[in-house]
Write a protein that binds this ligand. Sequence first.
Ligand code: ADP
Ligand code: ADP
Length: 228
Amino acid sequence: MIRFENVTKRYADGTTAVDGLSFEVCRGELVTLVGPSGCGKTTTMKMVNRLTEPTSGRILLDGEDIATLDPVRLRRRIGYVIQQVGLFPHKTVLDNTATVPHLLGWQRARARKRAAELLELVGLDPSVHGERYPDQLSGGQRQRVGVARALAADPPVLLMDEPFGAVDPVVRERLQSEFLKLQETVRKTVLFVTHDLEEAVRLGDRIAVYGRGRIEQFDSPAAVLGAP
Ligand code: ADP
Ligand code: ADP
């Protein structure tokens, strides 16, 4: 589904963020990228939706070299959730969630119906939370809206960059278990960045353990934890 072939990224200032990465993520698989800050996890994600381009090597999505795909069309196939989800402050939560269907040209009523379904999918009540504005939600609720919005166009791929990193531990744990349940239903191909090994182990079907610009281990949670 997603395949990195000897991908290197050197930024303009000479920093090598990612150095000869090769790995493959299967359809419907949730792979967590774990490692300390600055080891290239976010750069890896950004190359998948062409926010930044590899210096060398290539990335294939369903066998197609993404460098040959139109970035806008590519991003329709990829949902993206970041740590501080940017919601439009002057739009209700429902309208925020309906933005992507709307951009896809859906009629307003259909887009709003889809948005309501998505909010329910992430555990929010459309008739209550949907009518609020982003600053009337908790941090955890805002992250759920971010997940709902990323799922709006039903993309096969989800990129999640520390999506639960800014909420307190109790909320994080709830978001994690909700996300696992959600993933059982939607079965996206997911790349999930975290610096928390516990989170990586809990969520990942497989785990990519990063060291400076490289993947040092790519294996099941049990293997990463050193179990037999
Ligand atoms: P992580 O997500 O693991 O924290 P990043 O991919 O953000 O790592 O960063 C990897 C390395 O690349 C770091 O040394 C970082 O400082 C550097 N880096 C990231 N973005 C840029 C950029 N736009 N320009 C120059 N260096 C960058
Ligand atoms: P955010 O404010 O959280 O960055 P946007 O409102 O820009 O999110 O985008 C909403 C959705 O549209 C994302 O989940 C993603 O699928 C897609 N998208 C839009 N712009 C981009 C982008 N520059 N990079 C990646 N995905 C994008």
